[in-house]
Design a protein around this ligand. Structure first.
Ligand code: 1SD
Ligand code: ZN
Length: 307
């Protein structure tokens, strides 16, 4: 059938606005992060650390929606709170990934104009204020997405569990229950120990208060942002249609490493359903370059936080 949207020349990001007017809004994602212009949160946007917890059993099924791989989760027992989210408690709904055709592109957000090989998104919704994910997805403070950049390098152990399942969901609409433990917190680039009971890992990033007094970073890049165990945050949108302006973005400054081979496994997923003919004129119908290019930050403030 005729696709509503995708990443091709014909139905790609520049055309989404025709069918999804929200894509033309002033609070769109992704954006380019100019590290020299980030504001340190000297107002102490929140005096609370950003905290999260995911039971090791949270990952329930792996899905191929035709434009990425996605792991649907059982939100029970998961939470993300603090930092820019203040006291509201968000639950994990799913996580998924964006990647390129080569290791030099694939992320949605860029840092000083540089793209990474991929970007992982952990999508959460505000259970303090809303009753369902769908309701939250329409609200300005409804969703929170944790973003993690992927860089080609060493193989990633937790992502390897996902890579091993992908051949079973090679085609669009394929869906496979997950019967092993795939721990979303092991996908995050945060060092440090585990706390709490053994069935769930918990972690946190210290309050923005720690940054109090360090006013806007001078426009020099002498300090390597990769050394920071912190994050950038701004208000944005879903990066796929309908591009709802409902997301508080939280992007880790540290990347995780994933091997070239693991990225190639991602690049082998198909955009078309099992049994349908391969659209061989389009890269054999494989899912590649499933990222939206950056949009203007406009009047929005991009803050950094962390310890
Ligand atoms: O691309 C995802 C999309 O697949 C869907 O999961 C949506 C949430 O309903 O989120 C976007 S994104 O903004 O997290 N990329
Ligand atoms: Zn995404």
């Amino acid at each position: 059938g005729i696709k509503e949207w995708d990443y091709s020349n014909q139905n790609g990001p520049s055309t989404w606005v025709d069918k999804f007017p929200m894509a033309a809004g002033s609070r769109q994602s992704p954006v380019n992060i100019e590290t020299g212009r980030v504001e340190t949160d000297h107002e102490a946007l929140s005096s609370k650390p950003l905290r999260w917890k995911y039971p090791a059993t949270a990952s329930r099924a792996i899905v191929n929606p035709g434009y990425c791989w996605r792991v649907d989760t059982d939100g029970d027992g998961t939470y993300l709170t603090g930092g820019p989210l203040m006291d509201d408690v968000y639950k994990l709904e799913q996580y998924h990934c964006h990647w390129g055709c080569s290791d030099s592109r694939g992320s949605e957000h860029t840092v000083d104009g540089q793209a990474f090989a991929g970007e992982l998104h952990l999508v959460h919704w505000n259970t303090t204020k809303y009753k369902t994910f769908a309701e939250a997805a329409k609200a300005p403070d409804g969703l929170a997405v944790l973003g993690v950049f992927l860089k080609a390098g060493k193989a990633h152990e937790e992502l390897e569990k996902i890579a091993r399942l992908l051949p079973y969901v090679s085609h669009k609409d394929d869906n496979l229950p997950i019967n092993e433990s795939i721990d979303p917190s092991k996908l995050l680039p945060v060092r440090g120990g585990r706390a709490g009971n053994s069935s769930a890992s918990q972690n946190c990033i210290n309050p923005c208060m720690r940054w109090a007094g360090r006013i806007i970073r001078p426009d020099n890049k002498s300090r390597d942002w990769q050394d920071d165990n912190g994050y950038w945050t701004y208000l944005g949108s879903l990066t796929t249609p309908p591009c709802n302006e409902s997301v508080t973005w939280i992007l880790f400054k540290r990347y995780i490493e994933v091997s070239h081979h693991q990225l190639n496994v991602f690049r082998n997923l198909r955009k078309f359903p099992r049994g349908e003919e391969c659209p061989c004129h389009e890269n054999h119908g494989v899912v590649i370059n499933n990222f939206r290019p950056p949009l203007p930050l406009g009047n929005r403030v991009l803050r950094e936080c962390g310890s």
